[in-house]
Design a protein around this ligand. Structure first.
Ligand code: PEP
Ligand code: MN
Length: 345
């Protein structure tokens, strides 16, 4: 249910409505736009009818949200949500590229990659310190040591850091080092992890589960918002289909679908979405054409030696070629590529 306040309503009037709603057991989420204040009221709908809020002169209307996701829906926040991370904004006119290796393997590897991707125009450094691997015998990540290398790379390059958290017990540790927490595809419905990430104070990139429907994915984001974290980004990374040439099937229709149903930014991962490096640049371009707010791309200085996902990793040289193409494409789309802030130079 959302309560739309009339334009120009005062803080006291907003307070009066929230108090009445709280008395009836509703949980309130405020969305304050430039013109309008919208209140998301989660609770028993029959009690809302009894309250008759529309009788109040400063309430414009009360609208039920029929979809199961509420705070994630466009109705709750009609304008696009802008996620502010350091000096950067995601969800506005600028398109951000997050790039780096699948896994942080060593200090040298992450620093070399960070400098290269920054040079090519990325604004965020990616790299897993905790790796969710299909096999227990595969490299599991450098853990806190890896987080320290990422933080050092941020220090040296001005790139912001995005890294995955796979366990609720590590959320505060990862949040101490990272600028954005990534919740991976395998954990999209790990509700304990989502609830913990909701309290971490950092933005979250929520990847789509390999067989999650759009609605399940939006409900996972609802957990984050309901837990108080409004800084949420969706990330499509391909779904499991019958096709076996590609690692996953990158579902680019999710970009306009999410932009219709939700106010949250959408990031595309063409690396996991295809599993093949030569498919990454064309799908990255297609993602921007579809309206994506950003990309997350795997780059490794020596893909043939990568401990994970080498086949889908671009070399720094190939990444640079792709970035130059993307720069041209964004201008046609009336958008711009994000840039590392001048202060970091
Ligand atoms: C990753 O980004 O390296 C990763 C493990 O991604 P996903 O969760 O999409 O498989
Ligand atoms: Mn990977």
């Amino acid at each position: 249910m959302i309560v739309v306040m009339k334009t120009g309503s005062t803080a006291e009037q907003i307070e009066e409505v929230s108090t009445r709603l709280a008395e009836e057991g509703f949980k309130i989420h405020l969305s304050q736009g430039v013109e309008k204040t919208i209140m998301g009221a989660i609770g028993d709908r029959s009690r809302l009818e009894a309250l008759d809020l529309e009788a109040l002169p400063f309430v414009e209307k009360v609208v039920p949200i029929l979809a199961p996701y509420k705070l994630v829906s466009r109705e709750f926040h009609p304008a696009n949500s802008i996620i502010r991370i350091g000096d950067q904004e995601i969800g506005g006119n600028k398109v951000h590229v997050m790039a780096g290796p699948c896994a942080v393997e060593s200090r040298e590897q992450i620093l070399e990659t960070a400098h290269a991707v920054r040079e090519a125009g990325a604004t965020f450094l990616r790299g897993g310190a905790f790796k969710p691997r299909t096999s227990p015998y595969s490299f599991q990540g450098l853990e806190e040591e890896g987080l320290r290398y990422l933080a050092e790379a941020r220090e040296k390059t001005g790139l912001l850091v995005i890294t995955e958290v796979i366990d609720a017990r590590d959320v505060s540790l990862v949040a101490d080092y990272a600028d954005v927490l990534q919740i991976g595809a395998r954990n999209m419905q790990n509700f304990i992890l989502l609830k913990e990430a909701a309290k971490c104070g950092k933005p979250v990139l929520l990847k789509r589960g390999p067989s999650a429907t759009l609605e399940e994915w939006m409900m996972a984001a609802e957990y984050l918002m309901d837990g108080g974290n409004y800084q949420v980004m969706f990330c499509e990374r391909g779904i499991r289909t019958f096709e076996s040439y590609t690692r996953n099937t990158l579902d680019l229709s999710m970009v306009p679908a999410l932009h219709t149903l939700s106010h949250l930014p959408v990031i595309i991962d063409p690396s996991h979405g295809t599993g093949k490096w030569h498919l990454v640049p064309p799908m990255a371009k297609a993602a921007l054409a579809a309206g994506a707010d950003g990309l997350i791309v795997e780059v490794h200085p020596h893909p043939e030696k990568a401990v994970s996902d080498g086949k889908q990793s671009l070399t720094p040289e190939k990444f640079k070629v792709m970035m130059d193409d993307l720069a041209r494409l964004t201008s046609v789309l009336d958008r711009e590529l994000g840039e590392v802030s001048k202060r970091a130079e």
